[in-house]
Design a binder for this molecule. Structure first.
Ligand SMILES: Cc1cc2nc3c(=O)[nH]c(=O)nc-3n(C[C@H](O)[C@H](O)[C@H](O)COP(=O)(O)OP(=O)(O)OC[C@H]3O[C@@H](n4cnc5c(N)ncnc54)[C@H](O)[C@@H]3O)c2cc1C
Length: 333
């Protein structure tokens, strides 16, 4: 039997892959699943966003999402200053002229340079999450909500989690992954949760606009249900917890989007924030410390946890089941 800790996209996706082979019990602290980072994402699939293993798993995930989850929605990268131009060169996206960028999104002020990722998509995150939950149950797995894990300890060859004797533990607790490691007496991986803010602004929006992102990662916006979804792409170091938006970050988002467009945004309809949790190299961590076999980290998905979920979950399950060693780039270190 294997315990998975955390009911966000990481936990339910790896639980689904494991449940094909072993009995799985998933513990989620909250009364409902996906309340934290997974329920607060911008729901974008952009193969040009992220590098290394992140990009490999994002690309590999594309065909694995299945029907009804992805909807084509190109990402337009713009450079508004020299720093942006430098970043744009490093992106794996098709160059456009500034005039072509404005043609695609007429409320843009003419950028210095632009590029487009035509493979980008919108992700129906809740449908994806629900599909994994159904799949876990169909495969005989058990999901226990409202049950925070408070005990993880080594017992012979296995582990005890909240009184349950199991062969292995998967730490998919998102921002809390290092807290779970501490509870288990396992060295931490140096995870840093970074707060990111999103707001829905009132604006006259054309649903056909692409997602527009600053190549230097200082803002992005896109049409969303009759509003404009905006973010200042903030990264404020934060303790694990229920992240709340800060008014100043919302104001910065409005200011940056207004500088890049002719929209003249003044107010927002609603705002939220979530924690994107990274280790130093910004790659996901999948695997166990050599001295602590059976305690497997599945953490550090950062800002890419949805777009790489299907492929990363398969790799994670292979590592937990011992079918493949943890890829060196993603090993705990
Ligand atoms: C604003 C924002 C925008 C984003 N946009 C995108 C995007 O466009 N595309 C993309 O791919 N990614 C995006 N991301 C990143 C993505 O949302 C995350 O990588 C992903 O949701 C992480 O999932 P997770 O399951 O690791 O974490 P979470 O969803 O936070 O799940 C962890 C779970 O563990 C539970 N837990 C913690 N401690 C315990 C315990 N002791 N016992 C039991 N359960 C416990 C928590 O309650 C929580 O439900 C975005 C993130 C943010 C914040």
């Amino acid at each position: 039997m294997i315990v998975v800790i955390g009911g966000g996209i990481a936990g339910v996706s790896i639980a689904y892959e494991l449940a094909e082979h072993v009995k799985v019990v998933l513990f989620e602290a909250e009364p409902e699943l996906a309340r934290h980072t997974t329920g607060r994402s911008a729901a974008i699939y952009a193969p040009s966003y992220g590098d290394g293993a992140v990009r490999e798993h994002t690309v590999a995930s594309g065909p694995l999402f299945g029907d009804g989850i992805l909807t084509p929605h190109p990402s337009l990268w713009i450079a508004v200053d020299d720093e942006g131009v430098d970043h744009l060169r490093a992106l794996d996206a098709e160059p456009l002229t500034p005039a072509q960028a404005v043609e695609l999104c007429p409320i843009l002020r003419t950028p210095l340079a632009a590029a487009i990722d035509r493979t980008a998509m919108d992700i129906d995150v809740m449908a994806l999450h629900a599909r994994y939950v159904r799949g876990v149950k169909q495969r005989g797995g058990e999901i226990r909500t409202g049950e925070p894990v408070t005990e993880v300890r080594r017992a012979g060859d296995g582990w005890v989690v909240n009184g349950l004797r199991v062969d292995a533990v998967v730490d998919a607790a998102g921002a809390w992954a290092d807290r779970i490691a501490e509870l288990a007496g396992v060295p931490t991986i140096g995870l840093q949760p970074l707060r990111r803010t999103i707001a829905l602004a009132r604006a006259d929006v054309d649903p056909g606009w692409p997602l527009v992102a600053d190549a230097a990662d200082r803002f992005y916006f896109r049409p969303e249900s009759g509003h404009l979804l905006i973010s200042p792409a903030d990264e404020t170091p934060t303790e694990p917890g229920d992240a709340r938006p800060d008014d100043l970050d919302v104001a910065i988002a409005i200011e940056r989007v207004n500088a890049a467009t002719t929209l003249g945004l003044r107010s927002v309809h609603t705002a939220w924030a979530g924690l994107r949790s990274f280790v130093a190299d910004r790659q996901p961590v999948v695997g166990a410390w050599p001295d602590h076999p059976g305690f497997v980290f599945f953490a550090g998905q950062g800002g890419y946890g949805i777009q790489m979920a299907p492929s990363l979950a398969r790799t994670g399950a292979d590592v937990v089941l011992g079918r493949t060693p943890a890829p060196p780039r993603m090993s705990p270190r």
